[in-house]
Structure formats: C-alpha cells, structure tokens
Design a protein around this ligand. Structure first.
Ligand SMILES: [Zn+2]
Length: 264
C-alpha cells in the first residue's frame, strides 16, 4: 500500500517537474518553478547592479541594449510562432553593460542580462556581441538555470525545495542563483553541461539570425574566444561555457537551420 502511494507520488512529481526545451525538444527535470526562479533572479540581479558599476561608455552601452532588444524581439517572435508565448510569462527583460575587466556575460531567468566590458574586445563588433547575448539568452530560454538549480538542491541541500532554502537561508539561495547562471558568487562558478552548451549554441544561432545578425560570425567569435583559453588565466566565460572541442563542428551542423532565419 505504502509502496503504491510512494510510486504514485514520485510519478506525480515527475509529471509536474518534466518540461521540454523549446526547439530541441529535450525533456528535462525541473523541480523549481519559473516564477520562483524569476523572483530570485530579479533580487540577485538588483543586488548585482547595486554592487557593480555601469559602464559610462554611452556608445557601447547603447550597442548592448540594441542587440539585447533585437534578440528579445526575435525570441518573442519565435515563441509566438511556435505557440510557446506562455513560456515568456513574467519576463522583465533588461540589458546592462558593466564596467569590469572580466571576460564574461550572462543572462538569468526572466531575461535579466549582463555584459562585462572585458568581453567587448573579443566580441569586436555588434554581431560578435549578438553571438554572446544570443547564446546567454538561449541558456535562459532553455531553463538551464532551473535545471541546474534542481541538481544543486538535490546534491548539496538534501533535496530541499527552493522556497524552503530561500526562506531559511536567503543569502545562500541568492548565491546559488548567481552560481547556476555562471554569474559567479561565493559558491564559485558552475560550468554548463555539454548538452546545455550544444542547446544554447543551436538556439543562440537561431535567435541572432532572426534578430538580423549573420549567424556565420559565431564561428569566428568562438575561435577568438577559444584562442584566449590557452593562457594562465582562462576567461570566466570559458570556465562557465566549456568547449568539448566539438563546438566548431556543432556550429557548422546547426548553421543551415539558422541561416534559414537570416535575411541578408
Ligand atoms: Zn553556454
């Protein structure tokens, strides 16, 4: 009897917790809701903005906001065309350029995005920037943060729910949110997995193409980024977005699909 009840409960949890990644269709296990992830992300993002300096370079800031808004519109179009607009519920998109030498960028649940000035030389131009922002936003759209949060709760916090953790240890919950989005925190930097990287590459190419940026530029951007990985201090961006050595092949594989969305 008890066994049956337990089996039934597990089945219900699995049913509630399984979501599908847009475009790739992969089933993923999410134990945290979008609303929870957004609410924690918004707090963490505001805290981050308080503790860091916005860039005073008006031109570069405008470029980050423009590329971000173009990709936002592309995502909204894509989701609407595929009957997935409800996935963007509660989004409060925001794009900021931070004055910081770190080679890094990230996007949290709800579209809260940060680019560091340190990554701009690798981006080289607005299309290179769109590669980075498309990739980061793709991680957020594919709910990789929720997925990693679920894993961390299971592995490090004894399977507590996110609301229990946030209630008991709000600081830890906020640090965990920063860590799962590759934003860095006292909990360090968490790497995205190989499947997540491949998904973000594919979705990112499509989003940048729909936004009017040539996706073929992604190939040279990642070559420039990976060339920076040979030194003693590899860029933060490469620590959180590891390359399995198959990135170039993956980009080439997904390119024909992305190019269908690109109007020259
Ligand atoms: Zn990535």
């Amino acid at each position: 009897m008890y066994k049956k009840i337990i089996a039934f409960s597990v089945a219900v949890v699995m049913l509630v917790a399984c979501t599908t990644v847009p475009i790739t269709g992969r089933r993923q296990l999410n134990l945290v809701s979008d609303a929870q992830m957004q609410s924690l992300s918004y707090d963490a993002y505001n805290q981050f903005l308080k503790e860091n300096k916005l860039s005073r370079d008006a031109q570069a800031t405008a470029m980050v906001k423009r590329a971000g808004q173009r990709i936002q519109r592309a995502v909204e179009q894509y989701m609407a065309a595929n009957g997935l607009s409800q996935e963007l519920q509660g989004f409060e998109w925001e794009f900021n350029l931070i004055e910081d030498d770190q080679v890094n960028a990230w996007a949290m649940a709800g579209g809260k995005t940060v680019v560091y000035t340190g990554i701009l030389p690798v981006a080289q131009n607005e299309t290179g920037l769109a590669v980075i922002m498309g990739h980061e936003i793709a991680h957020a759209i594919a709910k990789h943060g929720n997925e990693r949060m679920s894993q961390q709760l299971a592995q490090q916090f004894g399977g507590q729910t996110l609301s229990a953790l946030a209630g008991a240890q709000p600081g830890t919950a906020q640090n965990l949110v920063m860590a799962v989005y590759g934003a860095g925190s006292q909990l360090g930097l968490l790497k995205y997995g190989r499947t997540q990287e491949s998904e973000a590459d594919r979705l990112g190419l499509i989003f940048m193409a729909m936004a009017g940026y040539n996706p073929e530029e992604a190939v040279s951007f990642w070559k420039r980024m990976e060339a920076k990985g040979g030194g003693q201090a590899p860029p933060e961006f490469l620590s959180t977005h590891p390359s399995a050595g198959t990135r170039q092949a993956d980009l080439q594989k997904h390119m024909p699909e992305a190019l269908k969305y690109y109007k020259r």
